[in-house]
Design a protein. Sequence first.
Length: 517
Amino acid sequence: MDLRLRALCDISAPICREYAGRHEYDGEVQDLSPDGVARALAALGGPAYPDPYDEALALAKEDEARAALGELRLHRRNPLLHLLNLDLACYDREYAPEPDRAAARQRHLAGWPEAVDMALASLDELSAPVAEATLDAVRGLAAGLAPGSDDTTDAALAAHARLVAHVEAAAARPDGPDPALGGAGLVRLLSASEATDVDLTALGKHADAERDRLLAMLADAVAVVSPGRPAADVVLELLRDHPDADGVLDEARALTAEVIAWTRRTGLAPYHDGTCLVGPAPASRQWAMAMMSWSAPGEPDGPSWYHVTPPQPSWPAEEQEEWLQVFSRTSLPAITVHEVAPGHFSHGLALRHASSEVRQTLMSEAFVEGWAHYVEEVAVEEGFRADDPRFAAGVAVEALIRVTRLACAIGLHTGELTVADAARRFERDAFLKGPAALSEARRGTFDPTYGRYTWGKLAIQALRKRARSAWREEFSLPRFHRAMLDLGSPPLGLLDYALAPATSPAASADPAAAGRP
């Protein structure tokens, strides 16, 4: 790894370790103290890469780091950055022999006291709403660690208790910092993250138009499932049709085999040379109902894991039922397309074939999630389960949650919406109820880019229109998808490199990609 790429990895070590497979960071904690972040930012930069796209990608990620950590100081206001730094679940997947991973995990655990000290030094701008919204994740970080097992574990648990106490104190402080970034701050973060110029008003209008389109899509699907009935009633009924807790994993495994075979048959993703296993998430990540942990590009070939986590038997019956509705026979097929194929699993395979370390390592979150969200609707368009209208309904329901996130992120961070307002919008537009709607609204306080799913999808759809126009009779979805995935995980403002790699500008002029009117 060259020094410029090393500096970019140093400033996002947990992400590069797990998702790019940079296991030289195994057993290490990143210095997220104020001084450590300042040193890492100062180290960014270096000689230009000869490939124009690789250079544009590196410049974009350097600008993102300077905006997020230098200007907006997210490490001082968001505990999740520190949780990623502490998380041990990255050693569970079989990327190396078990003894090597166990030794790295133990070294990492031994670093918890120092990492918590750094977190406490940084988290001086933690607001009460963000602290409250992240508290369960902070507490859950230590799941699976047994007191008294050894001195290293006991020291780590003592450090974890200090972090929990700090976040609890912030959650109880009514006069703490404002969680909102402000309109200018949000524009800076979104623009830097995706190498483009963002207009929040235009992006909000795109979100509203997409919501209306998705509601019409849902109405059409529901009219086939149960003609003449209100969509909200039919959706609630569909979500109640789900496997029991013991059957969730079996249905997920069957769906995984189905979507991989369909993707191979249609050619909608370029590579199929990997193995995807299905099982519950590691203990510290069982807050996530479904997620992909892919075999990363910097690793030897190994299995990826589609984590699907059933509810715990100890939970009250009502909570188990709410959790199981996520795995309904309407929603689980769409989730599996997103997480597995042609979604994240297929994308992970493409990253392993990317032509440079820069492309394999530096990733746009809006493309990663936007791609997986985009292919859900591609599956509808290309006839996956065409004889079952529940699939299109499930895609629409999932998409309505994502588009509401985009609208609420803008509203929460510009001050146009309160958390209560955002929760009501999730209830109105995304069919969520009570605690689920409130949880989504609270997520927007600490995850200001969580509209990336819809934003990325819209940008890819807009690029597809331009590709059809430019390539005419030579256009095909397999060609278009390969051209994008050959770039790795391109920031939205660099997507046009997929159309003309040697001549594309460093930022797309497309309004849907940039959020401009």
